[in-house]
Every structure is written in structure tokens, then in C-alpha cells.
Design a protein around this ligand. Sequence first.
Ligand code: PLP
Length: 473
Amino acid sequence: MDSAEFRRHAHAFVDWMADYLATVERYPVRAQVKPGEIAGRVPQAPPERGEPMETIFEDFKSIIVPGITHWQHPSFFAYFPANSSPPSLLAEMLTATLGAQCMLWQTSPAATELETRVLDWLRQMVGLPEGFTGVIQDSASSAILCAILTARERATGWRVNEQGVGSGERLTVYCSGETHSATEKDVKIAGLGRTNLRKIPVDDAFAMRPDALEAAILADKAAGATPICVVASIGATGVGAVDSLAAIGPVCRRHGVWLHVDAAWAGSALVLPEHRWMLDGVEHVDSFVFNPHKWMLTNFDCSAHYVRDPDALVRTLGILPAFLKTREQSHVIDYRDWSVQLGRRFRALKLWFVVRSYGVEGIQRLIRGHIALASEAERWIAEAEDFELMAPRRLALLNFRYHPRSVGGAAELDRLNERLLEALNDSGELYLTQNRVRGAYTIRLSIGQTSTERRHVEAAWTRIRDTARALRA
Ligand code: PLP
């Protein structure tokens, strides 16, 4: 493809992109296709000869788009949001065009130096104290893995890196039953064994109980195990549980245990001073992650990972073959040693574009607006006599269920709400997911898309209520 042809196609694509963003509301939110339907439309063998871009683009529109779940739809209330925004998209176009692989300072000094600077901007924006140094990871899962690996090495004097986990040796990790499953996965990947992950009971507000944490650590020590890491949550996935860092931190300090904070979703809300109480006790924290790719207008992927001791992270992950050596390595940052993968995309560019384009004030306004919408929806649900909130609202996250008076049995209620959720998602008008709160099936509604307005939330509530009542009619 020559330059003139590229330019022509790129302009057509940009037109499609702008139209898509302007009309995304017209698509069904959750893809309405059956398993295998899309694969059935893609030939089993690759083409022998190159095809015109016009044909490929037409197939993108007719084959691929129908199989897309539209995460940028304003009525996407499932999971947590995966924000995109026009400034972030523009930066992604430039990143893709540069095609730089930014593993070393030398392989793109601007990428490294911008990453350092922009992550310090973010640190200030969310109120993390000085002394935390940031790096962009692909995901919160990777950041938690880095934390567990560093904790493992620190606790064993960097022995496991050299010799592996000894037979019979037990290194234990702690989280609560509310903590995202990424921690359990990372414990498996780190070779610690799932049976060495302790899920600490929570209190009535779904927060990890510090007394139960300390009891578990003491029991493990008495049994000859080495407690290495606690993963606390600020805004866990189910009901948005917030663990008290001020209560858990001293327990970690007393026992020399690494404290990592997973704030993947709620971390973005720390841009709002009224929610900074969630950071009380942050002085005890060793590492922290939040995802601007969730709720800070920045396209997937972009996880902001902060550590107090970068040397410990680099010592854990560092490896330096001859082919990666550079003249400058002693006095620059080479981010290759800060994450699992060697190669790195230029992710700082989109963050820079987003923060400059919206400003701190614009980001605050968006997140505050989502929280206000969730608060309104909370009131509508609370006021409907046949609905109930299943957990207190956390920021812009709600858990509720339909509970008409005539239905009393737990299993019947679960089934009814499951049917309700399926009917809602099959409608293509909105997309929600499910959760279990104290064993009961709940519908989970999370507000946070860039383009969600009050009318979308109001329409969602009307449809939820009417669909539920129609199911019983
Ligand atoms: N932690 C929490 C609280 C989450 O909600 C999620 C995902 O939604 C994760 C961790 C995992 O995030 P990632 O997809 O960035 O690994």
C-alpha cells in the first residue's frame, strides 16, 4: 500500500470512526450473535493473493461489527467500564503509526520520559503521597503479579528466583472473599499454590477484618509458613468493597508482610477529594494499582502501577542479556525490567493526551457525574416496593434484585432475577452483569461510560422495572 492509498483509506476509516462514536447508541449493546456465527463467516484458509482494502473494510463492517459488544455504548452498565475517549483514540492512532517498541530508554527516550512524567501527574491527581514511583502495566492482574513476585523475593532474600520454591516450603498470601479473582490467578502463576491463599472474612461493610487477618497470619507462622503479601482492595468488583488500609497496614508492618492495594476501578475516583478517605493508611502501602483504562477516559490497555521501592521490583524481574545492554543504562530508566513482558507499547501518549485535553477538572466532572447518576438510580430502586438494594451503593456501582412480595423462596428469587437479566441483555437495549451478595443472586449495574447521560440511566431503570413486572404478569 503506497502513501497515497494509505491516506485515502485512513480518511475513510476516520469518517467511519467519527460516525461510529456519534451513533454507537443505535447498536445492540451486547452482541446478539450465537457462538460460531462469526467464525462461520471467515474462510477456514488464508487468502493466497492480497485483497483490496475496500473489500476488507466492507467485511469488517458486515462480519465483525455485528459480533462486537459495544463497550462504548452509553447503556453499557456491565462489569466495569472500559473507557475510551476521542483524545485517547487520537493518541492511539499516533502510537500505532509510530509503531515504536519502548522496552528501553534508547528504543524511544520520549516514551520512557513521558511515562515517568505522566505517571507522576497521575500520582498527584489521585492523592498518592510522594515516594511512590509509577510504571504502566498492561493490566491490574500483571501489577498484582509483580507485587506478589516482589513480595516473594523480598521475603526469601531473592532465593526463589534462583532456586525455585523449596519442597514443603509454604509462602502464604492474604486477601478477602471480595478481592478480585486476579489475585488467586497470580498466586497460581507465582508458583505459591492456591491452597496458600487465605481468604479473610469480611465485616458487615464487606471490608477485610484486620483481627481475622492477624489471626490467620499468626496461625500460618505457627504452622511454619511464611506470610509474604496481603492484597487489599479499594473498590472490589462485586459490591465495591473498600478495605481499611489504616487497619490492615499495621498488621502487615508488624509481620513484615507486603501490602499491595488493588484499586483497579475505584482508583480513578480518588481524583475527587471527597473520596480520598479511601486512602487513609496509605503510608503502610508497598504497591498500588489502578486502571485509567477503566474509568479515566483512556483506551484499554493502561494500568498505573505504583511502587515505593522500584529497586526491589527491578531486582525481582531484571535480567540483562548482552543484546539489551545500552550505553545509558546506568543513568536512565529501562522499563523492560519493571514488568513481565519485555516489549512495551507507547501507552503514556494516550494518558498525556487525555489529561491535557480534559484537565483534572474535566476528569473530576465526568466521574462525579457518574456517581451522581448512580445515586439517583439508587433512590429509584430504593423507592420501588418490589425491588431491593442488596448492598450499599459504592461510588457508581449498584447491586439490587427484583423481589415481588409474592416470591419468598431464595432459589425462586435467584431464578427470577437470572431470567430478568437474560431478558434485559437479550433486548440489546442495555447490558448488565450479575453478582452474588451473601449467597443471593443480584443484578449489578455499574455506571461509567464516557457518553452515559441521565436519560440512559433513566431509560435503563424504566426497562428493568417494566421487564421485571412483565415477567410476573
Ligand atoms: N481488580 C479489580 C477490582 C477489577 O475489577 C479487575 C477487573 O475488572 C481487575 C482487578 C483485573 O483487571 P485487569 O483486567 O486490568 O487485569
